[in-house]
Design a protein around this ligand. Structure first.
Ligand code: AGP
Length: 608
């Protein structure tokens, strides 16, 4: 969703801000703007549409000279996406410009108060109140004005403030919305995520909720909510700028699909020591699980579907009840959790609002929590009792791929780890599964290599709309993710059904030529799934089957086949999903869709 950047130093600010905003494009946005301090005047440019428009409008920043500024990409919540509602927003006298991520819940009453005091509002946004509040409280002390303003706000905000009276100085505040400071030499930065900073510095400070910071070219001073200066650790980002660039691929999504073998390897390998699985890097010890009598996995979107895979694997190995809950439902359901409940929270970004609040609620009710998160230092990573990072590297495409497979890999490992400490797995089975997990990176690569024909298959089916997926057990869970990939990047209506459920209603939708993508890799139920294939075939469906390599018996039942390498049945998901990601990618490409930035979607959904 919205992205913010800020810079102060001796270089021209505008090009740095524009570059930073480009790096945040993947988060999803509909308008963008920058404001730069030139002498005693703040100049601003903003526009609806893509950053390219803003670059044209400002002649790549040349029209806005100055060495300190702020920038924003907006994903509209309050007011239509247009030039006026785009950020930054300014106070009436032009003294303040601000950028804001999040939502000010009490903006209506604040607006009423400010209007009564004579402030004129230009936009329909919730954000504009902040600029006027700052103006009202500023008497020469910026920190005081910021703190006073923040004390009036209810909601979530990452805030960047530029003041015409404070040369070279920026102020930022974080409350329930990510904000990171970038520490340079003679220049400093802020941004809503590391991708916007990494071209300039790898030294960062992750702000916590309630903290604020004053940033000048030579100093970064962080304060707690009471205004007391605090010491913050400077962290070093472990990945390079190349990781956040396309590296020769047409799209980030394709690059990230291809990166999966490496990403799974980076996630799995360091956690296998002396033939044993360990999560000690996340502070997880066997004692943490003592007395656990049920597990809830919660997440949104693809992460939720990764959780669906996890349920099958954990229940099978650990014989403990596992439920998978949509975070947006769980948080409001007065969930049945207590101190014996283990909550596993999955989130690539670590900032998904519903997931974060579901975690907060379950913690409040006493649950023990583990977060499986990709973005280091993110809110969910900080909130959970323990965090297991998926070391997938930055994921830029809105449609997650390596985020999902690395989550699945962690869940596979966690299942085996738990089964072992619960004494439910023989040493032979343990080492069998461990071998299977170790092989996941090379098998994911095999999944890619086996499917070079997918571009052609995708062309053949790219006009099938709607279409259906079906499968049983882990095949079913993987199919859920396959259908979501198609929906979000190709806009095809694709729905998944548990294969055995089809005849209870949905089969009425099958007619001549309807495409049914059938996952037939879960061997214990292979024959059952085949009988469901027969059923849809008999009603005229075209069948695209996902089968193990070497399975030629699927013809002539299937019209086409996608192949995946054979794995242990419980570990299949991380490899089986790969061709479905590729299929969705090539279908979307054939349909001319904007693959990396699908319409209406944001990478990180930081509002409800
Ligand atoms: C997946 O392709 C989607 N972009 C979306 O469903 C995503 O998985 C969901 O919003 C959860 O995001 P998170 O993993 O960052 O919490």
């Amino acid at each position: 969703m919205c992205g913010i950047v800020g810079f102060t130093g001796s270089q021209p600010a505008s090009p740095i801000l524009l570059e930073g905003l480009k790096k945040l494009e993947y988060r999803g946005y509909d308008s963008a703007g920058i404001a730069v301090l030139d002498g005693d005047k703040i100049n601003m440019a903003k526009t609806r549409g893509v950053i390219k428009n803003l670059c044209e409008k400002t002649h790549d920043g040349a029209l806005l000279p100055g060495n300190a500024g702020i920038g924003h990409t907006r994903w509209a919540t309050h007011g239509a996406p247009n030039d006026v509602n785009a950020h930054p927003h300014m106070s009436n006298d032009g003294k303040f410009a601000i950028v804001h991520n999040g939502i000010i819940e009490n903006y209506a009453e604040l607006k009423e108060e400010l209007v009564a005091k004579g402030y004129k509002f230009k936009s329909e946004t919730d954000t504009e109140v902040i600029a006027h509040l700052l103006d009202m409280y500023y008497t020469g002390d910026l920190k005081f004005a910021v703190m006073k303003t923040v004390s009036r706000l209810v909601g979530s905000f990452a805030l960047g403030v530029l003041c015409a009276c404070e040369h070279g100085k920026l102020f930022v505040v974080r409350e329930k919305s990510p904000l990171i400071l970038g520490i340079g030499v003679g220049e400093n930065f802020f941004a809503s995520d590391v991708t916007a900073l990494i071209a300039h510095t790898k030294n960062v400070i992750y702000l916590e909720d309630g903290e604020l910071a004053e940033i000048t070219p030579d100093s970064v001073t962080v304060f707690d909510g009471a205004g007391r200066e605090i010491n913050k650790e400077i962290s070093r980002v472990v990945w390079d700028i190349e990781a956040a660039e396309k590296g020769g691929y047409d799209h980030f999504m394709l690059k990230e699909i291809m990166e999966q073998p490496r990403a799974i390897k980076a996630t799995v390998e360091p956690r296998i020591k002396n033939g044993r699985i360990t999560f000690e890097d996340g502070g997880v010890t066997p004692e943490f699980f003592s007395g656990i009598d049920k597990i809830i996995i919660t997440a949104c979107g693809s992460a939720y579907y990764a959780g669906c895979v996890g349920r099958y694997v954990i229940e099978e190995l650990c014989r403990i009840p596992v439920s998978v809950e949509l975070a947006s439902e769980l948080r409001y359901r007065n969930p049945l959790v207590n101190g014996n409940t283990l909550l596993i929270v999955l989130s690539q970004s670590g900032e998904t609002a519903d997931t974060k609040e579901a975690l907060r609620e379950c913690k409040r009710l006493g649950a023990r929590s583990i977060a499986v998160v990709n973005v280091v230092g993110s809110s969910i990573a900080k909130l959970a009792d323990h965090t297991i990072y998926t070391w997938a590297g930055p994921e830029i495409a809105v449609a997650t791929t390596k985020g999902y497979t690395t989550q699945v890999a962690v869940l596979d490992m966690l299942a085996v780890y738990l089964a072992d400490i619960m004494g439910l797995i023989t040493p032979e089975r343990y080492s069998q599964l461990l071998t299977g997990i170790t092989q996941l990176p090379s098998l994911a690569q095999r999944s890619i290599d086996l499917n070079t024909h997918l571009e052609y298959i995708a062309k053949r089916y790219s006009s099938c709309n709607p279409l259906f997926f079906m499968g049983r057990n882990i095949d079913y869970a993987v199919a859920l993710e396959g259908a979501l990939k198609l929906k979000e990047i190709s806009y095809i209506y694709s729905e998944t059904y548990a294969a055995g459920e089809l005849k209870h209603g949905t089969i009425a939708l099958i007619e001549d030529g309807t495409l049914v993508i059938t996952l037939c890799c879960y061997e214990p139920l292979y024959e059952k799934t085949l009988s469901n294939v027969e059923e849809v075939k008999a009603r005229g469906a075209r069948v695209l089957a996902v089968v193990h390599e070497g399975n030629s018996k699927i013809f002539p039942l299937a019209d086409d086949a996608i192949y995946v390498p054979k794995t242990d049945a419980l570990l299949a998901a991380a490899c089986e999903v790969v061709p479905l990601q590729l299929f969705a990618y090539y279908v979307a490409k054939d349909r001319g869709c904007d693959i990396d930035k699908p319409k209406n979607l944001a990478k990180s959904v930081t509002v409800e």
